[in-house]
Design a binder for this molecule. Structure first.
Ligand SMILES: Nc1nc2c(ncn2[C@@H]2O[C@H](COP(=O)(O)OP(=O)(O)OP(=O)(O)O)[C@@H](O)[C@H]2O)c(=O)[nH]1
Ligand SMILES: [Mg+2]
Length: 389
C-alpha cells in the first residue's frame, strides 16, 4: 500500500484488476483509527416517575404515563410486577365503570375494520375508547396486531382513542392477565368503552368472553362460515352475532343468513340471563349498522344492570380469574418439580401402552412430588374435644 490514490486491500495481492480503492478515513472520525476520539454518547433518557406521579398520570389520562404503566404490567421483571400490582391496588376504586365489549370472528371477517369504524363513531359521540387485543400467536412477532394499528387508521387519529397491541406474554394465561390489568388501568384513566379483539381461534375466545360484559361474534356470508361452519360453543357464548360485509351484492345473502341465525339462536342456551341474542347486519366498510349495534349494547347493559346479571357476571369473572391464577401456579410448580419431571415420561408411556391405569399413574405422579399438598389426605381420626369443665 504505497500510492495513496490507488490503494488496494492487502489481500488483493499484486493483481492490477482490483477495481476498488481503499480511501483514507477521516482522522478521529471513527473508532479504530489512530487518533480516534470516542464521542460522548447521550443515551435517550426516559424520564423516571415516582409512584405518585404514575398514579396521577394515569388518573389524569396522561398517555406517556399510561403507556409506561401498561409496559410495567406487561413486563416479566419482578420489580415491575410489584410496582404494577401496587398501582393497580390503588387504582382499583376507579375501575369498573366502562362497558367491556369482546369481539371475535374468523380471520378476515372484518374485526379490525369494524373496530376502526365503530370506535371512531363512539369517539365522535364523546366516548373514550380503548382497544386491546388477546392474541397469543403474536408472542413472537407481535404479529397482525401491529398491522392492525396501522389499519385502524381513522381510530388512531382520534384524540379519545387508545390502541394497544396484544401483549406478548408467552402463555394464553399470561396474555390474558396482562390484557385484564391493562383494561383496569384504561378504566382508571377514564376510558368508558373497552373493545377487546381476539383472533377467532382456540381458547382465546373463551378468555375474552371471560373478561368482557358483552361478547359479539363477527361473521360473514359464504366462505363456509355460515350456520353450519360456526362452532356451537362459540354461538352459545355470543350476546350478538354480527354479519359484516352486508353490502353490495352480498346484502341479500347477509339478510337471509341473519334470519337463519336469529332463528337458530332461539334454540340455544343463552350466555346471559334475561337476554336473547340475535343476529344483526353491518358494513364496517360503509359504516352501516354501527349505531344499531351500539344501541343493542346500551339496551343489554340496561337490562342486565336491572336484573343483576351485569354485576353478577363481573363478580364471577373476577373470582374465576383469581382461582385460575392460583391453579396455574400450582400446576406450574408441580410440573416443575425435579421428581415429577423425572417420572412423567415413564408414566405417560406406561399409560399410553395400556400397562398402567391413568388413575394409578396420576396417583403415583402426585406421590412422587413428596409434598403433602399433592398426596392424598389420610382420613382424619375422629377426636373428641371435651370442653374444659
Ligand atoms: N365489502 C366489505 N369489506 C370489508 C368490510 N369490513 C372489512 N372488509 C374487508 O375485509 C378485509 C379483512 O378485514 P379486517 O378488518 O382486516 O379483518 P379481521 O377480521 O380484522 O382480520 P384478521 O385481523 O386477519 O383476523 C379487508 O380487506 C377489509 O377491507 C365490509 O363491511 N364490507
Ligand atoms: Mg384484525
Amino acid at each position: 500500500m504505497t500510492d495513496p490514490g490507488k490503494r488496494k486491500p492487502e489481500w488483493s495481492g499484486d493483481s492490477q484488476a482490483f477495481a476498488c480503492a481503499v480511501m483514507d478515513g477521516v482522522p478521529g472520525g471513527h473508532d479504530g483509527m489512530p487518533g480516534a476520539q470516542v464521542r460522548p454518547r447521550f443515551p435517550r433518557r426516559r424520564p423516571t416517575f415516582t409512584e405518585q406521579q404514575l398514579l396521577d398520570g394515569v388518573t389524569g389520562a396522561d398517555r406517556t404515563v399510561l403507556g409506561r404503566v401498561i409496559s410495567m404490567i406487561e413486563s416479566n421483571a419482578d420489580h415491575h410486577m410489584e410496582l404494577a400490582q401496587s398501582l393497580l391496588r390503588q387504582l382499583l376504586p376507579r375501575t369498573g365503570r366502562a362497558v367491556r365489549i369482546g369481539i371475535t370472528g374468523v380471520p378476515g371477517a372484518g374485526k379490525s375494520t369494524f373496530i376502526d369504524a365503530f370506535g371512531t363513531m363512539l369517539c365522535r359521540k364523546g366516548h373514550k375508547v380503548a382497544v386491546l387485543a388477546v392474541d397469543p400467536s403474536s408472542t413472537m412477532t407481535r404479529g397482525s396486531i401491529l398491522g392492525d394499528k396501522t389499519r385502524m387508521e381513522s381510530l388512531s387519529r382520534e384524540a379519545n382513542a387508545f390502541i394497544r397491541p396484544s401483549p406478548s406474554g408467552g402463555t394464553l394465561g399470561g396474555v390474558s392477565r396482562k390484557t385484564r390489568e391493562t383494561m383496569l388501568v384504561c378504566e382508571a384513566a377514564g376510558f368508558d368503552v373497552i373493545l377487546v379483539e381476539t383472533v377467532g381461534v382456540g381458547q382465546s375466545e373463551a378468555t375474552v368472553r371471560s373478561m368482557t360484559d358483552f361478547f359479539m361474534l363477527l361473521t360473514l356470508t359464504g366462505a363456509g362460515d355460515d350456520l353450519q361452519g360456526i362452532k356451537r360453543g362459540v354461538m352459545e357464548n355470543a350476546d350478538a352475532i354480527v354479519i359484516n360485509k352486508a353490502d353490495g351484492d352480498n346484502r341479500l345473502k347477509a339478510e337471509r343468513l341473519a334470519n337463519e341465525f336469529t332463528h337458530a339462536l332461539h334454540y340455544l342456551r343463552t350466555p346471559t340471563a334475561g337476554w336473547q341474542p340475535k343476529a344483526f347486519l353491518t358494513s364496517a366498510l360503509e359504516k352501516q349498522g354501527l349505531e344499531d349495534i351500539w344501541q343493542v349494547i346500551l339496551r343489554f347493559r340496561e337490562i342486565t344492570e336491572e336484573n343483576g346479571e351485569f354485576e353478577a357476571r363481573r363478580s364471577r369473572q373476577v373470582t374465576e380469574w383469581m382461582m385460575s391464577m392460583v391453579l396455574d401456579q400450582v400446576q406450574q410448580r408441580f410440573l416443575g418439580l425435579a421428581s415429577v419431571k423425572e417420572k412423567l415420561p415413564d408414566l405417560q408411556a406406561a399409560v399410553t401402552a395400556g400397562k398402567l391405569p391413568a388413575t394409578a399413574a396420576a396417583r403415583e405422579l402426585l406421590q412422587s412430588a413428596n409434598c403433602p399438598l399433592f398426596t392424598p389426605k389420610q382420613p382424619e381420626k375422629e377426636t373428641c374435644h371435651d370442653s374444659e369443665s
